[in-house]
Design a protein. Structure first.
Length: 498
């Protein structure tokens, strides 16, 4: 029997849930910035997977690199306290626009488009563009040879535009380490990149599968720190600090430490790199990465799964009951919500919550935004599971309960929902297992979790197979434990089956 006489109570329950979600959103709204602090906390966006400029030292677990030391020196002079936020390069600019970070320190090349949209500091690195191909490719040595060819580039990098201008088809990748693999496997024809990054990769890996096929004439890159247009004070402080660091030789000293030459000025000498990651065997790489990945699982993946699933179930139950209500005020919004969630990709939902909402004044911390997006996604799919489970309970059960004097909510709580729960456990468990794996997408919205740690380790060592296999093992163990819990719960609820 369809619920009917208590729909006003159901309406209040649904409105209460909407209010709770609204409060969660409001709790992440921006508050007045504490500009009066003696030392301002500046959030620095960087990849952490781009050696030798920005990477995680596997021996110490600390973020390091040329760009990291430069921004730390700037912070010392400007009186800033730094908070580093790691993300893919393509996610750094949306994060800056959404005020998730205050500055990008990641070898961002100066170009007219960026100068028009952002405030760029004075350059602190000068580099040359080079064309890289597979070792056995001999017919690509200049930009002219790229016309009609496929190149692998980070989508928002300056080199991607250089390749497009040369007539190449650009395939988007996350970083140079992935690019090198695509070249070695013959999946792309070439790439255009910074000569320093390429030389560091060759020195670190000793690879003979790729080579520098030619230099790009007239394409000397100038790299700078990037600020929002509104951050004029930070921009001015950074420029004063960089000028002082150049004058007293600090920039030259940092550069010599990493490159054996002064890349902070044009024509500062030939770069001599020893490699950011040398002397480690494959087993060493796996050992060094095992704990950071386990830490990402414990501190990121598992809590994110638990919180999102619990909130998602609460949303799912409310939406399922709303869909079963005869009131159109409840059914229409519930149907629309389910349709939107099931009809759009989870990644798009994450980006809307994390990058889109701040543009209308609703800004939440990374973890809260990820939890909200994942919870809403679970709620959309779980609502249909719970609704179908309730409908699977024979209607006579509700009629019998009403006959002996139970009110609708009593019958629902004591008779219908316990039986529906037993029916819903298997499909809801599948939803939970999917959620465990879907948390890997949270790395794209600045949440440190298992897969992000795997990417960090793989980018430096280029040991993709063992590291991603280890990540898969971690996910499988978590899912296996969930499956064991599902079996115990099914057996427990099965004792009450008639």
């Amino acid at each position: 029997m369809r619920p009917g006489p208590r729909s006003p109570r159901l309406l209040w329950a649904f409105l209460l849930l909407v209010g709770v979600v609204g409060m969660l959103l409001a709790s992440g709204s921006p508050v007045a910035a504490q500009e009066q602090d003696e030392r301002r906390v500046v959030r620095v966006g960087t990849e952490g997977t781009y050696p030798p400029f920005s990477f995680v030292d596997p021996r110490t677990g600390e973020l390091t690199g040329y760009d990291i030391e430069v921004i730390e020196a700037v912070a010392d002079r400007a009186g800033w306290d730094l908070e580093f936020v790691r993300a893919r390069f393509d996610a750094l600019f949306p994060a800056l626009d959404a005020e998730r970070i205050d500055v990008i320190a990641n070898q961002v090349t100066v170009n007219p488009e960026r100068e028009a949209r952002y405030l760029l500091s004075r350059p602190y690195t000068y580099s040359r563009g080079v064309i890289v191909t597979a070792a056995d490719t001999d017919d690509i040595t200049s930009l002219e040879d790229l016309e009609g060819r496929t190149t692998a580039q980070t989508e928002t990098s300056n080199w991607a535009q250089v390749a497009r201008d040369a007539g190449a088809r650009v395939q988007s990748v996350e970083g140079f380490a992935q690019t090198a693999e695509l070249l070695a496997q013959g999946r792309v024809d070439a790439t255009v990149n910074d000569n320093i990054a390429v030389l560091d990769y060759l020195a670190s890996t000793g690879s003979d599968e790729i080579k520098i096929a030619g230099e790009i004439e007239g394409e000397q890159g100038e790299q700078a720190l990037v600020f929002r247009q509104s951050e004029t004070a930070l921009h001015a402080e950074a420029n004063r600090a960089l000028e002082g660091l150049a004058d007293d030789g600090t920039l030259a000293e940092i550069s010599e430490e990493y490159f054996g030459a002064d890349v902070s000025v044009p024509d500062g000498g030939d770069v001599d790199l020893g490699g950011s990651d040398t002397g480690r065997s494959r087993w060493d790489v796996v050992q060094d990465a095992a704990w950071p990945m386990l830490r990402g699982t414990i501190k990121g993946t598992i809590p994110l799964t638990i919180v999102s699933f619990v909130l998602g179930l609460a949303i799912a139950l409310a939406v399922a009951l709303a869909r079963l209500s005869p009131s159109r005020l409840l059914t229409l919004p519930a149907r629309f919500y389910v349709s939107v969630i099931r009809g759009t990709p989870l990644l798009v939902q994450l980006f809307i919550v994390f990058y889109g909402l701040p543009q209308v004044g609703v800004k939440m911390p990374s973890y809260v935004a990820a939890c909200l997006a994942l919870s809403l996604n679970v709620g959309g799919y779980g609502a249909e599971i719970i609704r179908s489970s309730i409908l699977a309970v024979p209607r006579g059960q509700l009629e019998a309960a009403r006959t002996i004097g139970m009110e609708y909510w009593q019958a629902l709580r004591r008779i219908i929902l316990p039986q529906a729960a037993r029916i819903a456990v298997p499909p809801l468990s599948n939803t939970l297992l999917s959620l465990v794996k879907d948390t890997s997408l949270a790395s794209l919205v600045l949440v440190p979790e298992l897969f992000l740690e795997a990417q960090v380790a793989a980018a430096l060592s280029t040991e993709y197979l063992p590291l991603y296999a280890l990540a898969a093992l971690y996910y499988w163990v978590v899912c296996y434990v969930v499956s064991l819990g599902q079996g115990r719960l099914e057996r427990r609820l099965g004792r009450y089956a008639v």
